[in-house]
Design a protein around this ligand. Structure first.
Ligand SMILES: N[C@@H](CCC(=O)N[C@@H](CS)C(=O)NCC(=O)O)C(=O)O
Length: 206
């Protein structure tokens, strides 16, 4: 990669961690710029005009171009590496899990983590409080599906780590912060251990 990569991020976000983990796996250097989303720093007129009109991080800056959406940023960084399978079915299956993560996993597990750990139950409005139970049920369904899928396999797609594993790992390994009991899912535990003992792994806080 010839152009400098800058990650516009909030370090405590799992979506931003995915991008750092992908970069570490493929050995690509990232410059990091921190924004405090709790203070609305991604909603300023400057951020909306220059970085992302959607007002969210992560955003990967490639030279003078800006790429929003965590899974798209991971795909850009990992392009051409073994994290993206060369077999057409496996490559599409990897994307299937990444789309699934954004629709069935992240909106439930990551959102509950954000509400409980960062906003706090007392400060949640009535509308959000009413969504806790359905989000918890959907989060449990997502974890159960992952656990079943991993029963007889080491990785989500094929026989080695792909972006599907990285994108799903980011919020799964901190699901306990949203009061999900990961001990109920032995295949997920085994898979998380494989992820964390990989020599190129970087922890959330690194
Ligand atoms: N689908 C997006 C989600 C981005 C997102 O919701 N980012 C959150 C942090 S994880 C954010 O920027 N929140 C600040 C805000 O909405 O003002 C992705 O995967 O990148």
């Amino acid at each position: 990669m010839t152009e400098k990569l800058i990650l516009h991020e909030y370090a405590a976000s799992g979506n931003c961690y995915k991008v750092r983990l992908t970069a570490a796996q493929v050995g690509v250097p990232l410059e990091r710029r921190e924004y405090d989303i709790m203070k609305g720093e991604t909603r300023t007129p400057e951020f909306l005009a220059k970085v992302d009109a959607n007002g969210r991080i992560p955003v990967l800056q490639i030279g003078d171009r800006f790429l929003a959406e965590s899974n798209a940023a991971c795909f850009y960084i990992a392009d051409g590496s073994p994290l993206i399978p060369s077999d057409p079915f496996d490559r599409a299956d990897m994307l299937r899990w990444m789309f699934w993560e954004q629709y069935h996993h992240e909106p439930n597990i990551a959102t509950l983590r954000f509400w409980l750990q960062y906003i706090g139950l007392d400060a949640l409005g009535e509308v959000r409080r009413l969504q806790i139970v359905p989000k918890r049920q959907a989060g449990i369904a997502a974890l159960e599906l992952m656990d079943r899928h991993l029963t007889n396999r080491d990785w989500f797609v094929g026989d080695s780590m792909t972006l599907a594993d990285i994108c799903l790992f980011a919020y799964t390994h901190v699901a306990d912060e949203a009061d999900f009991d990961l001990e109920l899912y032995p295949s997920i535990i085994g898979w998380m251990e494989r992820m964390m003992t990989d020599p190129r792994h970087v922890a959330f806080g690194d």
